[in-house]
Design a protein around this ligand. Sequence first.
Ligand code: SIN
Length: 485
Amino acid sequence: MKLKDPGLLRQSGLIDGIWRAGNANKRIEVIDPSDQTALGTVPDMDGADTKAAIAAAERTFVDWKKTTHGRRAELLAAWYNLVIENLDDLALILTSEQGKPLAEARDEIRYGASFIKWFSEEARRIGGMTIPSPTPDRRILVLKEPVGVCAIITPWNFPTAMITRKVAPALAAGCTVVIKPSDLTPYSALAIAVLAERAGIPKGVINVVTGMPQAIGEELISNPTVRKISFTGSTRIGSLLMRGAADSVKRLSLELGGNAPFIVFDDADIDLAIEGVIASKFRNGGQTCVCANRILVQDGIYDEFSAKLSERVVAMKVGPGLVQGIDIGPMINEAALAKINRHVSDALQKGAQLVAQAKTVAVGKQYAAPTVLGNVTVEMELAREETFGPIAPLFRFKTDEEALSIANGTPYGLAAYFYTQNLKRSWRIAETLEFGMVGLNTGSISTEVAPFGGVKQSGLGREGSQLGIEEYLEMKSFHIGGLGG
Ligand code: SIN
């Protein structure tokens, strides 16, 4: 990696402001998914390291929660500026370890930075309440206080933005954090931690523990000092965390799996819907929780939509993310590719039609060909589970009721999209979809200004927006008596 600032590439964890290389015999390799070469290593930290990080976060919490809101805002703003100044290097690190095309990595760094800026502004607006007292001699206030030490457990698909979306509101609220980044993409987390340190955020406020999930996760769950866990990842792990967190009654924010429907009605602007489906389905090679996973197209426009989408999909360029002009980078690992292949063969075996496929001309072993499948039905595996890859399955439907029944027929409820130009239909569909986020005539719903999160088995809580900081605040009612006379 040719970084302008090689100091951003750290191969150590960060505990209490000290970069720790850990045990030389216990390291894990970080692999470039574009060619499976090792980029370097990071320590495979364990329960004892995690305990030390939690203890550091607990010590630092005493002072950090007393730091004024204005000072926290300034420190976060300084961190934001450094992230933007180092955008080129951060994007290069991100693409190298995660695989997404460099232009998308740059978008992710801007998106990630937007949460730091937003919550630097929100830090100044943490208010409270006064409540009219039932008796004349008393006053009642509601104070908002930081939750305490927070565990931040993040995935590989957005290795920067998923950290900043959690850490920025936590710090703005006055919490301290222990971050456990994905073992597949630790370098992005470490690089932004370097910039937080340079911004002047005191040591011990942000700790980063690298390594495999089991030992670190067990300590984060069982340690009573950790008062909150914020996790983005699978529903399976989210529900395990929820069970584990019950013993010490920790607060939880969970952003879990999705199975997003993307519904195109007969009266839709088809070209707009094509742009939307490209943006939603193929962002990060289809590896996002809010990706269109089931594309439902009404009978009257199905053939036209399918033809137009196919034209775009066959033109997609697949290859290493650092190569100019690439649309789809490698998948994160072989297991991801195997799942995609399993979904495609299951669909074909059950009667789906291979409508279009981009050429991958032997780019390497972790690449998936962008594909359009037609005549997909709810009996197929890809209708029930996220494919997490560049596969666009088209379902044909006739009535609004049929579309809604397919769309809501999932235990997940993260994001849904639909395209229509009819006002009455817009409201009816938006209000009937059982999802935490709904896009009408748009395939992009991710922004720091709007609440992000799901219902049903897609999770708990909301990130971003003015609500995101509430996840890191407790309310204390303060009753003042003896004021009569
Ligand atoms: C995710 O895939 O978990 C996050 C995507 C986003 O923030 O847009």
